[in-house]
Write a protein that binds this ligand. Structure first.
Ligand code: FEO
Ligand code: CA
Ligand code: CA
Ligand code: CA
Length: 518
């Protein structure tokens, strides 16, 4: 989620498809000498989901739809992850619900009744899905269909209490995430300060929330939010992983080291905040380990440990460091970044790609993708080299990269998140709506972003996830119509022609198959 969307919430108050001259052969890594030719799309400006010729989209589920069991799908869906049940065409889909638009789900007036509705629209959904005759569908009333939301009791996986409690009530601000090798999902609490505010460590008191004002009605401590939540998709059991630290965390991307322990990469999506690497203490668990923070100038991972005298002077124990990672990071000299968003591991090289979406305050509005190469390609290494992988701007043909995904052939897919306030204006005016791009790994188009899909008005694509056979791309369409001033002056009517809804869609078709299979 971007800063200006927060601004918007504070306020509360087709074009033709143009052929892109991208027709090029590409070589498959898996099946050499396979020719792939395809056309991208030009920037779009209308209230439609547009895809390249040869790719079609279908609606899977949208905000507030019933999922059975007396439950409804939440708002503003983001990260998606799939866990097979009987086979790769049948399983459980995890969906993050990052935040809620009161205009469409409750009412902008701050009352306890409205806040109760909002609490139920955030968090995450678990839904059983299956593919029948090439079409994915939700299995209604499945025993697996569940919601976690701002009312769910979630224990802290930690020996010490957090702000006096052993458990939090609720999860929200669930943006991107990750998946563990043992079949659980990692859901990241990003802009938690919008809901109950922030805790000022030095003043030992709460600062007000940046929009929702829940703290005026419900007194839950902000220190209970901003964590990674690990969820078992089959049971819905959840816990907050304190050892991984607390900040406006975008993603939690897992790589397994040679000794079987997991390493988890994350970024803090705020101007001038940091990139993190957590190294688990043992196999099969993320409850204990060492959190590191990146000095990308020197190429060093610095541990955030109470044994460091610079931290010991300020924080009474490790728990206090983990609650206040930003302050700790500054004390040890971590490198400020341009809003780190999603992170993916290149499946062929092991390089860590990090979307730095922008830093408007610093005069860098277009963003870039950063590459970190660990020394000896070892995830446990405490040194690395970093370089720019892809630069946003007019030349690159995109702005504000956010979510990343690799397909089976190692092509990089990414989505963009120009804020609603910035889109179609000033330096952003030629980029059109937010989009989905692919960067081919080989062939004449190698390294050149080509736009594959364009989002409806005010929306961004989030949560790109390939099915196991690579023939379907699941995609979240988040916050269409968010710049609407009222229900009487909607900027979008996507997808049903009435009030706009965030939704999960599936992209399929011969072009998608050719790009992902060669
Ligand atoms: Fe929720 Fe940083 O995007
Ligand atoms: Ca974003
Ligand atoms: Ca994001
Ligand atoms: Ca991703």
């Amino acid at each position: 989620m971007s800063f200006s969307r927060r601004d918007f919430l504070k306020m509360m108050g087709v074009t033709g498809l143009l052929a892109h001259p991208c027709v090029a052969p590409a070589r498959s890594l898996l099946k050499p000498i396979t020719e792939v030719t395809f056309k991208g799309i030009a920037p779009q400006f209308g209230d439609q989901l547009i895809t390249s010729a040869g790719i079609d989209w279908k609606l899977l589920i949208k905000g507030n739809d019933s999922i059975g069991n007396g439950l409804n799908f939440g708002d503003c869906n983001d990260y998606l992850q799939f866990f097979p049940l009987t086979n790769s065409n049948h399983g459980i889909l995890w969906v993050n619900h990052e935040y809620v638009n009161p205009m469409f789900f409750s009412h902008p007036d701050r009352t306890l009744a409205n806040i109760q509705l909002e609490m139920e629209a955030v968090g995450g959904s678990l839904i059983e899905i299956r593919k029948a005759d090439k079409v994915w569908e939700v299995v209604p009333n499945s025993q697996y269909n569940r919601r976690l939301n701002a009312k769910t009791i979630i224990p802290f996986a930690w020996d010490q209490p957090i702000a006096g409690k052993k458990e939090a009530i609720g999860t929200f601000a669930n943006c991107a995430g990750g998946k563990t090798p043992w079949g659980t999902v990692l859901s990241c609490e990003e802009n938690y300060d919008m809901f109950y505010g922030e805790w000022d460590r030095k003043l030992n008191k709460r600062t007000p929330s940046t929009w929702y004002g829940w703290e005026k009605f419900i007194d839950y401590n902000p220190q209970h939010y901003g964590w990674v939540v690990e969820v078992n998709p089959k049971t819905g059991d959840a816990k907050k992983l304190i050892a991984m630290g607390r900040f406006a965390r975008e993603a939690a991307t897992v790589r397994v080291a040679q000794d079987g322990r997991c390493v988890v990469y994350s970024g803090d999506d705020t101007n001038d905040e940091f990139i993190y690497k957590f190294i688990a203490a043992e196999k099969g668990s993320l409850e204990k380990g060492t959190l590191h923070i990146a000095d990308t100038l020197r190429g060093v991972w610095i541990p955030l440990a109470h044994s460091d005298s610079r931290l010991r002077k300020v924080f009474k124990d490790q728990t206090e460091i983990l609650i206040n990672c930003r302050e700790a990071g500054r004390l040890v000299g971590a490198t400020p970044q341009d809003r780190p968003e999603d992170i993916e591991i290149d499946p062929f090289t092991g390089d860590v790609l990090i979307a730095l979406t922008n830093n408007k305050t610093a005069g860098r509005p277009f963003g870039k993708i950063l590459k970190i190469s660990e020394t000896d390609n070892n995830p446990l290494s405490l040194t690395f080299k970093s370089s720019i992988y892809l630069e946003g701007g007019e030349k690159g043909g995109f702005a504000c990269p956010d979510n990343l995904a690799f397909d089976k052939r190692g092509n990089l897919w990414f989505t963009t998140d120009m804020s609603g306030n910035d889109m179609h204006k000033g330096g952003m005016k030629n980029f059109g709506n937010n989009g989905l791009f692919v960067v081919m790994r080989t062939g004449a188009q190698k390294g050149i972003p080509v736009q594959i899909a364009s989002a409806p008005t005010d929306a961004e694509f989030t949560g790109p996830l390939f099915s196991e056979d690579g023939e379907t791309l699941f995609l979240s369409v988040q916050h269409p119509g968010e710049q609407s001033k009222s229900k009487d002056s909607l900027t979008s009517h996507w997808p049903m022609g009435d009030i706009p809804r965030s939704a999960v869609v599936t992209l399929q078709g011969p072009l998608l198959k050719r790009i992902t299979h060669g």
